[in-house]
Design a protein around this ligand. Sequence first.
Ligand code: IPM
Ligand code: MG
Length: 375
Amino acid sequence: MRPAGGADLPSPGRRYGAALTTPRIVALPGDGIGPEVTAAALEVLARLGEFEVEAHAIGGASIDEHGTALTDETLDACRTADAVLLGAVGGPKWESTDPEAPRPEQGLLGLRKGLELFANLRPVRPSPALLGASPLRRERIEGTDLMVVRELTGGIYFGERGRTAGGSAFDTCAYSVPEIERIAEVAFRSARRRVTSVDKANVLETSRLWRETVERFAGDRRRAARGEGADPREDDVELEHMLVDNAAMQLISRPRDFDVLLTENMFGDILSDEAAMLTGSIGMLPSASLGAPEAPGLFEPVHGSAPDIAGTGAANPLATIGSVAMMLRYGLGRESEGAGIESAVDRALEAGLRTADLGGAATTESATNAVLANL
Ligand code: IPM
Ligand code: MG
């Protein structure tokens, strides 16, 4: 399991304040299965003590209510919270290729940008009980414990885009040196032995800047670690560069060799879904999005809103429960309680808990109860 690390990473600033007063959590249930998994995760959180929870609409739910996927009021509420827990956004109801139509995803992207949550941490650690549920053979997957560190507020997601008079469309990918440096720093702090920096430097100019900047950052860090009064352990983390297409392949052929995968925004989006399947189901993967030291973190499952099973009570709540564990660790400075939730999930799985996505019949409710019983 990953070391505590919370205090070394962005967004730990509120933890001390939060420890003294009742933490204020903004819950953004969103769409599809979002409300069901959020309710389940909040039930687990409530078991740990007192939390003030305030719910707001986001995504499609907010479009229906207010005509926009993220209102200023919701963003302000998040800004002043100690942490934000999000379910999922999106669904067929709001799908459209009309560039003028409001989109649920704008809520999530607006929140990431509005809170400047530039660092997205997606740990991939298949639960021992689920080794048989992975599409890969057990021998290949055993011992995998990696973290995707994805840049979250730059790149093609936020570059200039549009349609031209001639009927074409374009999206631009841009990165600045400081944007690359700050995410590289998070990656190195999260690593225990190696940072694999992913890019497409054989084709893209942004990737060449990415590679050059990460290389320089690692060199400076190594030199600083050798200096007087420095922490020599910082010298231990090695850096390798990997082209994104090759990384997609290596992730399947030798997942346990990876420690931290450092990626720009879109490569991280794609590789983290791929990495999620190593755990047997995308329904298992939690995430944390962190920003400036004083900013609240955003915690959410990696999976989407799964509209096909919304309302059936069959959604797997474990990724959102895992996101609450990350919230305790990275957002509220309550590492041991976060680890406690993670072991309760492992024990419940060992005792046979399987939701439909894992080939079982457990409902959202029975899965939540199984975790609570092991807490
Ligand atoms: C994710 C999601 C989002 C993304 C979507 C919903 C905008 O896929 O968090 O990985 O692309 O970042
Ligand atoms: Mg994604």
